[in-house]
Design a protein around this ligand. Structure first.
Ligand SMILES: Nc1ncnc2c1ncn2[C@@H]1O[C@H](COP(=O)(O)OP(=O)(O)OP(=O)(O)O)[C@@H](O)[C@H]1O
Ligand SMILES: [Mg+2]
Length: 162
């Protein structure tokens, strides 16, 4: 079983590593937060936030597709290990819109709530139990050698529990 220290800072060399990290993160969140947690996912476009949620859902035995909720704002999942609510607030117009959509009930209930672009819901979203930050990482970058193209880049992740 991974500990909080094990997962607090990691380099993820490829997409598979991000998916696997999601599984480890799931174990620790469940141990520390139980059946209900609000998890903010920070990171630029393409940082790997949705990939991480895919890894978590795999570990919860969800076998279907995991689509980015960019246009729908929310993709809900029922798994045999509990409910998952995956939000992507990139296209949210104002934080109040979350209430019009009835999302307040979701945040009051059980389940894991993963939120991409949480700053878009600032002032309305409940505080996070866990904050995850993903960023691009260029392992071969030196002064002489410029950064690799984004497609070749790895990812760095850090996790902080409230
Ligand atoms: N550790 C990694 N190393 C290299 N590529 C990765 C890694 N993890 C994920 N990726 C790739 O990064 C791309 C973008 O991932 P993803 O859609 O998860 O990003 P996102 O943070 O959710 O972006 P958005 O904000 O647009 O929703 C995907 O092509 C995925 O395969
Ligand atoms: Mg995404």
């Amino acid at each position: 079983m991974p500990s909080v220290d094990d997962i607090s800072n990691r380099i993820l060399v490829d997409e598979k590593a991000t998916v696997a990290f999601g599984g480890e993160l799931h174990d620790v969140i469940r141990r520390l937060c139980g059946e209900s947690a609000v998890v903010y996912l920070h990171g630029d476009l393409g940082a790997g936030k949705t990939t991480l949620v895919r890894g978590i859902l795999r570990l919860m035995n969800h076998s279907g597709a995991v689509k980015s909720p960019t246009y729908t704002l929310l993709e809900p999942y029922q798994t045999d290990k509990g409910d998952v609510f995956h939000f992507d607030l990139y296209r949210l117009k104002s934080p109040e819109e979350l209430e019009f959509l009835g999302f307040d009930e979701i945040f009051e209930g059980p389940g894991f709530k993963f939120v991409e672009w949480p700053a878009q819901g600032a002032g309305w979203l409940p505080p996070a139990n866990v904050e995850v930050s993903l960023s691009l990482y260029a392992p071969n970058q030196t002064d002489e050698e410029p950064a690799d193209s984004v497609a070749q880049m790895q990812r760095k992740v850090s996790v902080r529990f409230a």
